[in-house]
Design a binder for this molecule. Sequence first.
Ligand SMILES: Nc1ncnc2c1ncn2[C@@H]1O[C@H](COP(=O)(O)OP(=O)(O)OP(=O)(O)O)[C@@H](O)[C@H]1O
Length: 225
Amino acid sequence: MTMNLIEVRNINKYFYQPTQMQVLTDVSLDIEKGHFVSITGKSGSGKSTLLYLLSTMDTAFEGSIRINGEEMQGKRNRWLADFRNHHIGFVFQFHYLLPEFSVLRNVMLPALKLARYSPAEVEHRAMDLLKLLGVDVQATKRASLLSGGQQQRVAIARALINEPLIIMGDEPTGNLDSQNAAIVFDLFRQLSSERGQTILTVTHDDDFAKRSDKVIHLVDGKVAH
Ligand SMILES: Nc1ncnc2c1ncn2[C@@H]1O[C@H](COP(=O)(O)OP(=O)(O)OP(=O)(O)O)[C@@H](O)[C@H]1O
């Protein structure tokens, strides 16, 4: 049986500075659990705005966003932060690792904050993820000493450490050469098909989008059908 992990109904989103502007208009969509979904569209079409709403970091919108059966509209910031920590992993174009910390420490931090597992278990799981991503040899190095592609893989390990239901990416391969972009793509594929994790990424890369399970294409803030 399929299940919609994300259900969006009739979203309108406005920005008020410098002048009032409607960025998303009547956006409705469903995302199934375990699917790999790309959000595409021209620059300015509203992709990042939509992802930001779905990530629960922006709560100023009209309409309904249900994730894993929970309505996000009207929830308090603390509740949303807790929901994000448990269920959503983020991968950005620029990875925001802590440069002075070791690779291993960077990956462990979000899990230590959650305190769901003991530090020893967290370290074990972090090492497993670094292995999966092919950067385990670098575990004790300072993050700033790794190449851009390696740092991005470490950032993905960090996004996965709390076993999120959903992995969200804003141009996660935008800053990578084609070889590293292919590694990241294949990993996302594997996470969705083998672990049932749901992947949602904004991308400008048509090949990347074509090979995902579903494409949400935005034109002027509306979903194109
Ligand atoms: N915080 C904000 N305040 C005011 N306007 C904003 C804000 N964020 C985005 N916008 C505007 O909303 C529109 C959509 O922006 P958004 O970043 O969602 O587009 P995008 O499709 O992700 O573009 P790109 O591909 O260039 O990243 C743009 O016109 C942008 O200028």
